[in-house]
Design a protein around this ligand. Structure first.
Ligand SMILES: *Cc1c(COP(=O)(O)O)cnc(C)c1O
Length: 381
């Protein structure tokens, strides 16, 4: 073994000793409510494909047609060798879906956070974010060089204190303050107090960015997300989300004003310095959004919420507000033991541990899918 590998093995041992070592499980089937691992069929409660679109014939077909028409790859960044039609069709569809002037897509949600936040703020500025925001937002905040202020989860008073401090600090300068939250939190499934946050950001004249990764396709009359459900469309500067969860494809997006999108095209480094995603992904995502807005999408949504209600009845003690159901076990070894027991029964439920959640807050994270049958649910319960 080289000294390089010996050093890395040493680090891996440290991770192992804390029961935090992770590995990949090879799946030999599409992602759906059933997956095949080691020739065994598993019931899958681990995916964010809430509406069952990842393996939907319409999305697969769109990808195939896009490949036939536009090929497999994209050659370069969209700014360098031209921007293929499927991206424009997707962005027009997204803007209409979200009710914003414009939209811009990125290769992933992670790249979206990184690109958008660092384009909007720099080291003179301030970023205030909820303690539980996604790692991509934390990484982006660090990369931006802005002063970071973290408020306890959904704590409006603490946020207001930060905004008061930021106001005195930035008075008479060009510095900006950006507040970032998720609408539905990825590991707890609870909602941010968006109405109150909009009031606060208006009161202090700061910007608000809301990540709807786990709400798009699930909330609101038109299933645009929690912003729509709370009647806040048009009041939030930056709407973000991913195309890889309920939408069923892959990629990330920002929706907002034309000026916002034009600035990102010029300043978002993860957009500028990265080869465009494959046209197949954009074409699938567009069909995913169309489908969510159709009567079929409505039906899938109703089914999903029916499943959530059913689960609530079986677990009256667990707080359930979305398709994400955290069953908190605390101890890392315990969470893994329970996940392993489920695995032995051919049920896939991930144990979520540090660093995804804080130490001692390990949990099973059950995610429900419109394609789960009632029997699937009963088996899990
Ligand atoms: C999944 C997720 C992302 C990242 O999106 P990807 O498309 O998976 O890179 C960003 N924010 C939140 C809240 C997420 O849950």
């Amino acid at each position: 073994m080289t000294s390089f590998d010996a050093e890395l093995e040493h680090r891996l041992d440290a991770i192992r000793r804390q029961h935090l070592l992770r590995g990949l499980r090879r799946v030999d089937s599409p992602q759906s409510t059933r997956v095949t691992i080691d020739s065994r069929a598993f019931l899958n409660f681990s995916s964010n494909d809430y509406l069952g679109l990842a393996n939907h014939p319409a999305l697969k077909n769109a990808a195939i047609e896009a490949i036939k028409k536009y090929g497999a790859g994209t050659g370069a960044s969209r700014l360098v060798c031209g921007s293929l039609s499927p991206f424009h069709e997707l962005e027009e569809t997204l803007a209409v879906f979200k009710g914003t002037e414009a939209a811009l897509t990125f290769s992933t949600g992670y790249a979206t956070s990184l690109g958008a936040i660092t384009a909007l703020i720099g080291k003179e500025d301030i970023i205030a974010m909820d303690k539980l925001v996604h790692a991509s937002i934390v990484d982006a905040a660090k990369l931006s060089g802005a002063k970071m202020r973290i408020f306890p989860h959904n704590d409006l008073e603490a946020l207001e204190d930060i905004l008061k401090w930021a106001t005195t600090r930035t008075k008479g300068t060009a510095a900006r303050t950006l507040v970032v939250t998720e609408s539905i939190f990825s590991m707890d499934g609870d909602a941010a107090p968006l109405k109150e946050m909009v009031k606060l950001k208006d009161k202090y004249g700061v910007w608000l960015m809301v990540d709807e990764a786990h709400a798009t396709g699930l909330y609101g009359k038109k299933q645009r997300g929690l912003i729509e459900a709370m009647g806040l469309s048009g009041q939030i500067e930056v709407q973000m989300g991913t195309l890889g969860k309920a939408i069923g494809a892959s990629g990330g997006y920002i929706c907002g004003s034309r000026a916002l999108v034009d600035l990102l095209i010029n300043r978002a480094r993860s957009f500028i310095f990265s080869t465009a995603p494959v046209p197949a992904a954009a074409a699938s995502a567009k069909v995913g959004i169309d489908l969510i807005g159709s009567s079929e999408g409505r039906k899938l949504n109703d089914t999903l919420w029916g499943r959530i209600e059913k689960f609530k009845n079986s677990f009256p003690k667990t707080k359930i507000a979305s398709a994400i159901i955290p069953i908190i076990l605390g101890d890392e070894t315990k969470a893994i033991a329970v996940a392993t027991q489920l695995y032995d029964k051919n049920i896939l439920v991930p144990a979520i541990r540090y660093p995804t959640v804080r130490r001692g807050a390990a949990r099973l994270r059950v995610t429900l899918n419109a394609a789960h049958s009632l029997q699937d649910m009963e088996k899990l319960v």
